[in-house]
Design a protein around this ligand. Structure first.
Ligand code: XMP
Length: 511
């Protein structure tokens, strides 16, 4: 792999993704990892990420010189660039001149990094200190107003560095610079493709599972769908999927799993229709946390029952889980694949139902999961599906959940989704909850008569990871069409309102 050494800023994941976009496999490692352990991963190149603003800050991470003496190509970015300069005998000074944000970069000598690029580059800077002299053996290839040495390279040593952030979108040619480092300076091969990812995972799953039986809970979401499809590609009918229809899904979603998905993959699927059970348990409950608890509890019971029935027929030892790379990185790394624990996504299974986990997506980012899903032939609507909460529409009905209210919300939600898709905006919007204010009524007028109906709330948001979000500035004509159609086609709804709250302070969901 290319190792991205995380020096403490938010940029390591972004760098790792950019490297993968260049078709080179990358892994993130903490800077505290001993150099010997990094080298044991047999890296084809090492990238030092950004980090704290100054190498002089107390406790600022240091780079062990041994890293530079291992003969592995190295690229330093921002703080990593300064740490590299310092370690190799250059000069880093605290000039007091800060550069932050969009900056003009003058290319002094195109070298390899800027090969074929314009002599002036827009780049994104964020630094307090600067490198004032490159280490011996390095040529200075660019400067900016606040950075006399803004880029350097040592082709013989296959090392280079930049003061700015090539990984962010604000550096428009950044990806090309990164690729110049990878291909032309480090000499790395591009071989990380959808086909290679699938082939590697198929081999790994076969090796892990052998001839044992495997179980997977499909949620209807992208991750579990792609994980199961990969496992199915590897071991075919040794995999059984369970899909619990809790009756809280959106229009067409159960059919998508039961029909389209099964047709596309040939997967063995056990559908449990548990709508009555869930609605019964939710009867009379309006409190959001209560709803969540009830749904989580019922889900485990239903899934456990199905798992037992399937386990009776064969030797089920493994459970598929759609864990993604960001979860792995954020929970402190770890490269093993076979830890034995309960399925926390479904709230923890009882102790006597123990499975080893199969996690074929644990090296992948979300966009890579989508690409793999498409490559495996999953329906487009499933691959590009927006995230949807486990408790489903129950937490989008403010008030008690009933069959009638679910029907109203489903009808309005279907219209909103249809119009978003028709406007070609599915991929610009992270999620588009539609919420029914079931206990609120307002007066309206329709035809010749007075109405006394319910409002629905449109909650389209943009986000990178759901941790923070902003309300989507959907074009007014799209909002207008949704409003007109919902009030015309859904008799119980006489008002449509738009939620213009970011997160924080609002959350994405209303409950
Ligand atoms: P909030 O509302 O907290 O949502 O901003 C952040 C993301 O999490 C989803 N979400 C859930 N997903 N079970 C889930 O599987 C839940 O109980 C749940 N609650 C919220 C939400 O849709 C958004 O993507």
């Amino acid at each position: 792999p290319v190792l991205v050494v995380d020096l403490g800023a938010q940029y390591a994941q972004l760098i790792a993704r950019r490297v993968r976009e260049a078709r080179v496999y990358s892994e993130i490692v903490p800077h505290s990892m001993p150099v010997a352990d990094m080298l044991a991963k047999r890296p084809v190149a090492i990238i030092l990420s950004g980090g704290p603003s100054s190498v002089y800050e107390p406790g600022a991470p240091q780079i062990d010189r041994a890293l530079f003496e291992a003969g592995v190509p190295v690229f330093g970015i921002c703080y990593g660039f300064q740490a590299m300069a310092q370690a190799l005998g250059g000069t880093v000074e605290h000039t007091g001149q800060r550069e932050f944000g969009g900056t003009k970069l003058a290319v002094l000598e195109s070298g390899r990094l800027f090969d074929g690029l314009a002599p002036t580059q827009d780049v994104w800077m964020s630094h307090g200190d600067c490198v004032t002299a490159a280490p011996p053996g390095f040529g200075v290839t660019a400067q900016s107003a606040g950075a006399p040495v803004a880029a350097f390279e040592d082709l013989a040593g296959r090392r280079a560095g930049v003061q700015f952030h090539p990984e962010v979108a604000h550096t428009p040619d950044g990806q090309r610079m990164l690729e110049h480092f990878l291909y032309d300076i480090a000499g790395v091969e591009r071989n990380w493709t959808n086909a290679s990812i699938i082939a590697d995972q198929v081999a790994a799953i076969r090796e892990q599972v052998g001839d044992k039986q495997v179980l997977c809970a499909l949620s209807g979401g992208v991750d579990s769908a792609v994980a199961a499809a990969l496992v199915h590609r590897a071991i075919g009918d040794q995999l059984t999927c369970v899909f619990v229809d809790h009756g809280l899904l959106r229009a067409g979603e159960a059919e998508q799993v039961e029909t389209d998905y099964v047709q596309a993959t040939g997967i063995k699927l056990k559908v449990v229709n548990a709508a009555d059970r869930f609605l019964g348990a939710l009867s009379g409950v309006a409190d959001p946390e209560q709803k969540r608890k009830i749904i989580g509890r019922e889900f485990i019971r239903v899934f456990e029952q199905a798992a037992r029935e399937i386990a009776l027929e064969g030797d089920v030892e493994f459970l598929v889980q759609g864990t993604l790379y960001p979860d792995v990185v954020e929970s402190g790394g770890g490269t093993g694949t076979a830890s034995i624990k309960s399925h926390h996504n479904v709230g923890g299974l009882p102790d006597d139902l123990k499975f080893a986990l199969v996690e074929p997506l644990r090296t992948l980012f979300k966009d890579e999961v989508r690409a793999i899903g498409a490559e495996l032939g999953l329906p487009e609507a499933m691959v590009w599906r927006h995230p949807f909460p486990g408790p489903g529409l129950a937490i989008r009905i403010i008030g008690e959940v009933t069959r009638e209210r679910l029907d109203v919300l489903r009808a309005a939600d279907r219209i909103a989704r249809e119009e978003l898709t028709a406007a070609g905006l599915d991929r610009d919007v992270w999620q588009f909850p539609v919420v029914l204010l079931a206990d609120v009524r307002s007066v309206g007028v329709q035809g010749d008569g007075r109405t006394y109906g319910h409002p629905i709330v449109l909650r389209p948001v943009t986000s990178e990871d759901a941790m923070t979000a902003d309300w989507s500035r959907l074009p007014y004509p799209v909002i207008a069409r949704i409003s007109t159609r919902v009030t015309n086609e859904v008799p119980e709804v006489n008002r449509v309102v738009l939620d213009v709250t970011s997160k924080p302070p609002g959350t994405i969901e209303w409950e």
